[in-house]
Ligand binder design. Structure first.
Ligand code: ATP
Ligand code: MG
Length: 432
């Protein structure tokens, strides 16, 4: 009888060691990049009360209508949802812990998000985001800073060709006037709309502009534009952001059709887009959401943020031919014989005391078999201890990789001198 294997949930991926090591390196770059702008980390729950997302994201959005993993806690009947994005939970936490009572905050978080979408390249049901939020700043300086942060990160990651798109969604009253005009425009063209469009016509006509249906594109192109309904303050904010970008020499394109998939945005919205990832080309998206803190029960406070799709960025780094393998350990310890093995275990710990990474061979086997494993491990050295070395209190140090001009010869060193010898070799290699 064979036992059926259990597979991972569709659209939810295992990240195996070769890849996960690279993700760790990526995380480190992200953390030091955020620190260089004064952003501080938050760790937030993956599960939140369902009403949080309904209120924050909006009832008539793709996410809330059809993408949320919602369930009832069978133990207490609570309505819960796996977070589909991070801003709602972040703002909830900021309000709950009164974080912006004294001063504005620059915050970030990283982790899994869950959306029940159709899985495809760059689109998964569990995916990772880095979320960056500035709360308590009215902008436009902080909007500009957040946008420029993206440019610096692409540079840090060795990525080019990621283009900036920018728009301004105005304020609720301005949007309401635009909305009324949009509805009457789409009503006049009702027979040209698709089913989604007709359904959204009165609930959320702005979202029709975001439709990816090719048949609607001409109709959308002719629709009334929000920019014509913006008042002086909104236009001044828009100008302010553009000024920051121009001063920094950051090119951008104004895309009046950029409306974003979530309801909570106002004024600035932006996306960083590449054409190297096929249809899923947006690697970073964000903007201002001044109404959200109040909408979630806090004292009104301006806010602005963005989120990046980690899978898409990592795919892009791979595509650009960037180094995606982490460095292997420094030393592989090969040993045989009872006394030698006990000494080898002490040697391995001694090297780790000195900050050297060590793989200690486990599972016995001949010297030849162990040396094969040492080679395959990618380590720079094998430290070999047999009976002969053990009785002399020495180790045979064998370089496994040749670097620059350094001769690739093995040598006998004392147990006490081993760490220094290894550090010297590594230094020499790194200098050559
Ligand atoms: P899209 O238009 O691609 O569906 P979105 O507007 O729904 O994106 P946001 O909610 O703004 O996306 O999320 C920010 C970023 O997170 C996106 O720009 C993208 O890089 C990434 N992202 C969103 N959904 C997914 C997903 N299902 N799988 C992988 N990455 C995603
Ligand atoms: Mg989406």
């Amino acid at each position: 009888m064979t036992i059926a294997k259990i597979q991972s949930v569709r659209g939810m991926n295992d990240i195996l060691p070769d890849e996960a090591e690279f993700w760790d390196m990526f995380d480190e770059i992200i953390r030091s990049w955020l620190k260089s702008y004064g952003y501080r980390p938050l760790r937030l729950p993956i599960v939140e009360p369902t009403p949080l997302f309904k209120r924050a994201i909006g009832e008539v959005t793709d996410i809330v209508e059809k993408e949320m993993y919602s369930f009832v806690d069978s133990l207490n009947g609570e309505a819960l949802t796996l977070r589909p994005e991070g801003t709602a939970g972040c703002v909830r936490a900021v309000i709950q812990h009164n974080l912006i009572a004294q001063q504005p905050q620059r915050l970030y978080y990283m982790g899994q998000m869950f959306r029940h979408e159709r899985p495809q390249k760059g689109r998964y049901r569990q995916f990772y985001q880095v979320g960056v939020e500035a709360l308590g700043f009215p902008g436009p300086d902080v909007d500009g800073e957040q946008i420029l942060m993206g440019a610096r990160l692409w540079d840090d990651l060795g990525l080019d060709g990621i283009k900036l798109q920018l728009n301004n969604l105005g304020q609720p009253a301005e949007r309401a006037r635009h909305r009324a005009e949009l509805i009457s425009y789409f009503e006049r063209h009702g027979e040209e709309l698709d089913e989604d469009g007709r359904r959204r016509l009165h609930s959320n006509p702005l979202r029709i502009l975001d439709s990816k249906n090719p048949a609607l594109q001409e109709l959308i192109l002719g629709a009334p534009q929000l920019i014509d309904h913006l008042g002086g303050e909104s236009l001044a904010h828009f100008d302010g952001v553009q000024q920051v970008l121009r001063d920094a020499g950051q090119p951008f394109e104004i895309n009046p059709r950029l409306v974003r998939g979530l309801d909570y945005y106002n004024l600035t919205v932006f996306e960083w887009v590449t054409d190297r990832l096929g249809a899923q080309g947006t690697v970073c998206a964000g903007g201002r959401y001044d109404g959200l803190v109040e909408q979630l029960g806090g004292k009104p406070a301006p806010a602005c943020g963005f989120a990046m799709g980690v899978e898409r960025l990592i795919a892009l780094i791979r595509e650009a031919g960037g180094e995606t393998r982490a460095a292997a350990v420094d030393v592989y310890v090969v040993h045989q014989g009872a006394a030698a093995s006990r000494l080898a275990a002490r040697v391995a710990e001694g090297l780790r005391d000195r900050g050297i990474d060590v793989l200690f061979h486990c599972g016995g086997g001949s010297f030849k078999a162990q040396m094969k494993k040492a080679d395959a491990s990618g380590a720079r050295f094998a430290a070999i201890i047999g009976d002969d070395e053990a009785s002399a209190g020495e180790v045979t140090l064998k370089p496994l990789r040749s670097f620059g001009e350094q001769p690739n010869v093995q040598m006998r060193v004392t147990v006490d001198g081993l760490a220094d010898e290894i550090m010297d070799c590594i230094l020499n290699w790194e200098e050559s």
